[in-house]
Design a protein around this ligand. Structure first.
Ligand code: PMV
Length: 350
């Protein structure tokens, strides 16, 4: 291994956030999940990150949107320390990172998955450049590195649908890294995510504090069992194009996550009155059209409406007619199931 091979050379990746279908909520020490989760990686929204390794040993510089961001640099320094067991050469170099999101901060899209996904891919890329990981192990390593930054980021290094967490019926599943779920029927590989942004306020409860609430939650045991059962259904649901089961599980998971938060000690209410309104409109639409529109929420108030390409004309009508009374109060971001991260063609500007 010759460290000089990576010095001052740009490693750049684009990575998208994901929306959880089966939620990860509750963790074990070592950034391990208390139960398995499944998500769909998005396409249009993305973080683009470029990393340069320097000879300024252990100096970490971070810029976001072209501006130095020393507060983030401190978090990244401890993240890099936490992954140095997997990448020992990191202790011999300095790291300069430049990152940007193509979605506005106020979009209400959780950016930690795409941010740690992109950074982990850059680190894994350098590891590969040093000849320390082969092509086959590249994405599993990137997923493992991403997980150590943010659990849900482990799933963002794969396109389509990913599963993170040991699931006996799914070969290769692991708590250490996510795996891509395949095959995926075309109704799911062309799935849309219409994000109804009802509030762009910063989260009142960090996800670490949220996960910690599960440590003493009265329903923790049954919740983890429920997540295990639902995750184990997903490979078959995705392969067969079973939209009915997909929408039933997706809705139950989004509402169930908020039910868990409301029932925790102290209770946490992250719903906005408009979240409830959008959910009710989606329920009315489902009842009136009999179409398998799915919706879900992560640990925030924004509602993700998931639907296959075939439902596009009906969903255009949904935004025109059903969401009309909310126009001016909500923002809509249209995204869809993505093919996964891409390397950036970056210029060496050193
Ligand atoms: O990865 P974290 O620690 O930010 O947790 C993510 C938690 C949820 O977004 C609510 C669910 C999930 O599986 O993504």
């Amino acid at each position: 291994m010759e460290i000089a091979a990576i010095l001052n050379k740009p490693f750049g990746w684009r990575c998208s956030p994901n929306i959880a279908i089966v939620k990860y909520w509750g963790k074990l020490p070592g950034q391990l999940p208390a139960s398995p989760s499944v998500s769909m990686t998005l396409d249009q929204s993305a973080t683009e990150t470029t990393v340069w390794f320097t000879d300024r040993k252990q100096v970490v510089e971070f810029e976001f949107d072209g501006n130095p961001a020393p507060l983030f640099a401190a978090r990244i320094r401890s993240y890099l320390e936490s992954v140095s067991g997997l990448l020992p050469w990191l202790l011999q170099v300095g790291v300069r990172i430049s990152s940007r999101n193509n979605f506005p901060h106020s979009a209400g899209i959780a950016s930690s998955a795409s941010a740690f996904g992109a950074l982990a891919l850059c680190l894994a890329d350098a590891h590969k450049h040093l000849g320390l990981v082969d092509g086959q192990q590249f994405y599993p390593l990137a997923s493992r590195l991403a997980r150590l930054g943010s659990g849900s980021a482990s799933r963002s290094v794969f396109g389509g649908f990913a599963l993170w967490g040991e699931t006996p019926s799914v070969e290769g599943s692991s708590n250490l890294e996510a795996i891509a779920l395949q095959p995926v029927h075309q109704v799911f590989s062309r799935m849309h995510d219409m994000i109804v942004v009802v509030s762009d306020q910063k989260k009142q409860v960090s996800s670490s504090a949220g996960h910690a609430l599960m440590n003493r939650h009265p329903f923790a045991g049954s919740r983890y069992e429920q997540a295990r059962q639902r995750a184990s259904l997903m490979p078959d649901v995705l392969a067969k194009g079973d939209l009915e089961t997909f929408s039933r599980v997706t809705i139950a998971e989004g509402l169930g996550l908020h039910a868990l938060m409301l029932a925790s000690d102290p209770p946490v209410n992250l719903l906005h009155p408009l979240s409830v309104e959008v959910i009710q409109l989606a329920d009315q639409f489902r009842l009136q059209t009999r179409l398998p529109l799915a919706y879900t929420l992560d640990a925030g108030p924004n509602v993700h409406l998931l639907y296959p390409e075939e439902m596009k004309p009906e969903m255009d009508r949904f935004s025109r007619e059903y969401l009309a009374p909310l126009s001016g109060t909500v923002k809509i971001i249209n995204d869809f199931c993505g093919a996964g991260p891409q390397p950036l063609s970056v210029q060496n500007n050193d």
